[in-house]
Design a protein around this ligand. Structure first.
Ligand SMILES: [Ca+2]
Length: 192
């Protein structure tokens, strides 16, 4: 049983889901600059990723996010209170757990991918999981850094029997078992 479920569409869209709280969307190069939405426009320029539905480039994340609401009847998002401020009793636990990202375990990656944003996101996500699924949020956050490291050429074996237990078979080796080929995806693609 692999960690990830992979769905590959014939149009070049690949969805990779960890069966928990994380979803990766990959597009083939022909989508370059031909998509829009919350994941950016895939044109290689990060400066215009916050482009609103009305094609305005903004700085504020909320303005950007709210512009892509699926329905105008959905409420506007407002500034979220820091999860660690809401759940202070979880903060030290989250910081201790997430320190794996800045530890020697990932030392081969630190010069390739700056761990600071991933560490902050890990602490925030781990604080936010205040009822059940503690390890899901933590493991997903660390896995996001590991995936970025892998993309940068630094493959780190960080899972252990005690930390986000390792899958018996890496997903890249058995993903064929989980492939679900879909021939056609309908609707617009908002993303990447
Ligand atoms: Ca862009």
């Amino acid at each position: 049983m692999g960690i990830y479920l992979v769905i590959e569409a014939s149009n070049g869209l690949i969805l990779i889901w960890d069966k928990k709280t994380s979803m990766f969307i990959k597009l083939s190069p022909e989508f370059n600059g031909r998509v829009c939405g919350l994941c950016g426009n895939y044109d290689g320029n990060t400066n215009n990723d916050f482009t609103t539905r009305s094609q305005e480039v903004v700085i504020d994340a909320l303005t950007f996010g709210n512009s892509w609401k699926f329905s105008s009847s959905c409420p506007e998002s407002t500034v979220a209170v820091s999860p660690c401020a809401n759940n202070p009793y979880r903060q030290s636990w989250a910081q201790r757990q997430c320190s794996i990202i800045t530890s020697s375990v990932f030392s081969s990656c630190h010069s390739q991918v700056d761990p600071s944003n991933y560490y902050d996101a890990c602490v925030s996500d781990s604080c936010a999981c205040d009822s059940g699924g503690d390890c899901e949020c933590f493991c997903t956050a660390v896995a996001a850094y590991a995936a970025a490291c892998n993309e940068a050429g630094a493959c780190v074996a960080w899972r252990t029997p005690r930390i986000c237990r390792k899958s018996p078979i890496p997903w890249r080796h058995n993903r064929a078992d989980h492939y679900l080929k879909i021939n056609r995806i309908t609707g617009n693609i908002n993303g990447a």
